[in-house]
Design a protein around this ligand. Structure first.
Ligand code: CUA
Length: 315
């Protein structure tokens, strides 16, 4: 990209020098010779020369730009067996949040992406409903998320840190609140994060499996009765029909809530994460994100507290 920029600057500089040089020479000669020089109107020789020159230069710039664009888009449809391209993500746009699946693991998250620094991450961009556009301005170009037509893009960060992402294609009333964050970690921190997440999903799966057993008296929240009550609300009041909590792909009508207490944002950016804000959101999501798929369940304050206790226990 930098090479193309320099080449175009050099071409423009050359044209600038030739044109201003000719003007300066003309001014200088005009002053010295006074008399108007002989004119050559309708000279086909100079017409052809001044037309073909610029056309050839434009064709040249077009060819080198097109070549670069083709290499930028060359993301293989099959994950390459390249040590630098070992991570594969699937990012799915929903109205109005992002689902993120980590290839080769059971990890599914929402509105946050964790990647190791210096590694090429191949991202498959897809959509569950309308056209969205996946965009992390500091890391990669925009990529359309089109239902039924996956696109591929490379994501690569050279510096650790948190990068902001957003949806860059109008997709409905809450298009603004379709933000996400990209956490770029050291390779060791990324591996640690990955194993913690996988262990957490296994724990959650097992605890959910237990609750369907006959011994319902055996609560998993030994010290906190709110925890078990919250779990029962989650499983019986409809939450579980839209939200997965143990790294499963279904249901994916609403964001996967696995390890939600580790997140920094709620409602794809509409609220920052805190225990208090999670409660406010559960009390009436439509107040914060009108039109989102989550209805107001008319939970009592007590039920909200119980649900928050349960959701925050998913660590
Ligand atoms: Cu999704 Cu705009």
């Amino acid at each position: 990209m930098y090479d193309l920029f320099i080449t175009v600057v050099l071409i423009s500089l050359g044209i600038f020098i030739v044109v201003t040089g000719l003007i300066v020479i003309a001014l200088w000669r005009g002053k010295k010779e006074k008399a108007i020089p002989e004119q050559d109107f309708g000279s086909s020789k100079s017409e052809i020369f001044w037309m073909t020159g610029p056309i050839l230069i434009l064709i040249w710039i077009f060819v080198i730009s097109a070549k670069l664009i083709l290499t930028m888009n060359a993301v293989p449809k099959v994950h390459p067996a390249d040590a630098n391209a070992e991570i594969e993500l699937t990012v799915i746009g929903h109205q109005w949040w992002w689902e993120i699946q980590y290839g080769g693991t059971s990890i599914i998250s929402a509105n946050e992406i964790h990647i190791p620094v210096g590694k090429k991450v191949r991202v498959k961009v897809d959509s569950a409903d309308v056209i969205h556009s996946f965009w992390v301005p500091q890391l990669a170009r925009k990529m359309d998320a089109i239902p039924g037509h996956p696109n591929y893009i490379w994501l690569e960060a050279n510096k650790e840190g948190v990068y902001q992402g957003r949806c860059a294609e109008y997709c409905g009333t809450q298009h603004t609140w379709m933000k996400f964050k990209v956490y770029v970690k050291s390779v060791a921190d990324y591996e640690k994060w990955k194993s913690n997440a996988e262990a957490s999903f296994t724990r959650t799966s097992q605890s959910l499996g237990k609750s369907s057993d006959s011994d319902k008296n055996k609560t998993s929240g030994k010290d906190d009765p709110n925890l078990e009550k919250g779990k029962q609300i989650f499983l019986n009041e409809g939450c579980v029909n839209c939200h997965a909590i143990d790294g499963k792909t279904t249901p994916n009508i609403g964001p996967n809530l696995s390890r939600i207490s580790q997140r920094k944002i709620l409602g794809a950016g509409v609220l920052s994460y805190s225990t208090e804000n999670l409660g406010k959101w559960l009390k009436d999501p439509q107040k914060f994100k009108p039109g989102c798929k989550m209805p107001d369940f008319k939970f009592t304050d007590e039920q909200v507290d119980q649900l928050v206790t349960f959701l925050e226990s998913l660590k």
